[in-house]
Design a protein around this ligand. Structure first.
Ligand SMILES: Cc1ncc(COP(=O)(O)O)c(C=O)c1O
Length: 380
């Protein structure tokens, strides 16, 4: 069977070792780190605006229980101690939620750390990452930065993943197929039964990385999550994050659910070293039963107002299952972004090749009102 993550801990440490300064690989890793810190999104996020709707954050969060837990964790007694007990509690809670045993869970500093760790692995093997275009690039960019190849596959007419076209790209080499469901930036989901069939068919040949970062925001989460496909012999990682529905992007917490074997390999690479406040915030969030449904309802109500305006303005948009909307401006992206910025609203960067489309996140009601007024001014 295809082995997704063949580097041993020793090889991994050697390839990352600071003592190997001067090796081409180390400088590539460093360049990758630098690039990761200076994406257009991150630079744009430093702009002083009244409505930051560029990063798909959730300003309705976090849960008050999570805030309280973080504050409690800031005492001297807690800060001086390693949070090992809390980590085990978090892993046990996540495992229960996902219906697996704790050995299937790997924690991560935001789900981004997991995306990059897996990407780096495939890059080091000169492997390939098959991904949707436009799509979320963190994993494919890591593959490319370390010498592998990214293979973009255009989304279909509904702006959904084209699963058949993606499967057709698999060649006889180490391959990761990255599926964000819902997809970013297009906001669409794929049919769950088609996706399940796809995963069963391709996972003997490639590692499937299923990113469900936004799935709590979709309709019918229970009918759409494919975490149930994770089992001991399948090359599948399902990733989740506390950055979106749980409103904890600043605390950097995410995790993967995968086979115990892949989880053990990933843990060997040393990821997921979370801080005490982050861990306790995640625990409190998961225990706050009504939080997800109530937060989703607030976001969906705000999103409906934006969609109604886009219909009024005659702007086509993708079927959004997320806390953001992707719509056709029919104009050059830079001009639209600048016009929005002039109204103190930041939107996401351009997503080639769809450069006459724009992505805008759902913020607080007053931020969304400002954005709607700006859109009305620009597109009326
Ligand atoms: C599809 C998708 N996956 C993963 C992430 C990474 O988020 P985080 O590292 O905050 O978990 C993002 C961030 O926007 C995203 O859009």
């Amino acid at each position: 069977m295809f082995t997704p993550l063949p580097l041993s801990r020793r090889q991994w440490l050697i390839s990352n070792g600071a003592t190997l300064a001067g090796l081409a690989l180390t400088s590539r890793l460093m360049n990758f780190e630098m690039a990761a810190q200076m994406t257009p999104e991150r630079l744009a996020a430093t702009l002083p605006v009244r409505a930051r709707l560029s990063l798909n954050e959730n300003p309705f969060g976090p849960s008050p229980a999570a805030l309280e837990a973080m504050l409690r964790n800031l005492s001297a007694g807690k800060a001086a101690r390693y949070p090992y007990g809390e980590v085990n509690e978090l892993i046990a809670l996540i495992a229960k939620k996902e219906g697996v045993t704790p050995d299937h869970i790997v924690l991560s500093v935001g789900s981004g750390e997991l995306l990059e760790t897996v990407g780096v692995q495939f890059g080091l093997q000169k492997g390939e990452a098959i991904y949707a275009s436009p799509g979320y690039l963190q994993l494919p960019r890591a593959v490319e930065a370390l010498g592998g190849r990214g293979i973009p596959v255009p989304v279909n007419a509904q702006l959904e993943h084209d699963l058949d076209a993606m499967a057709a790209k698999i060649r006889d080499r180490p391959t990761v197929i990255y599926i964000a469901n819902p997809n970013n930036p297009t906001s669409t989901v794929v049919d769950p039964s088609a996706l399940a069939t796809f995963i069963k068919e391709v996972s003997p040949k490639a590692l499937v990385f299923l990113d469900e970062a936004y799935l709590d925001l979709a309709d019918n989460y229970a009918g759409r999550t494919l975490v149930g496909l994770v089992h001991a012999d399948r090359n599948l990682i399902v990733a989740r994050t506390f950055s979106k529905i749980y409103g904890l992007a600043g605390m950097r917490i995410g995790y993967g659910v995968t086979s115990p074997k892949i989880a053990a390999q990933l843990r060997n690479y040393g990821l997921g070293s979370l801080t005490g406040p982050s861990i306790t915030a995640a625990v409190a969030s998961l225990r706050d039963d009504g939080y997800v449904a109530a937060t989703r309802a607030k976001i969906v109500a705000e999103k409906e107002k934006l969609l109604a305006l886009l219909r009024e303005l005659g702007r086509p948009y993708a079927a959004s299952q997320t806390n953001f909307v992707f719509f056709q401006t029919g104009r050059e992206h830079a001009k639209v972004a600048a016009a929005m910025l002039a109204e103190s609203v930041s939107i996401a960067r351009a997503f080639p090749p769809m450069t006459d489309w724009a992505r805008i996140s759902i913020g607080l009601p007053e931020e969304n009102a400002l954005a709607r007024a700006a859109l009305r001014k620009i597109f009326s």
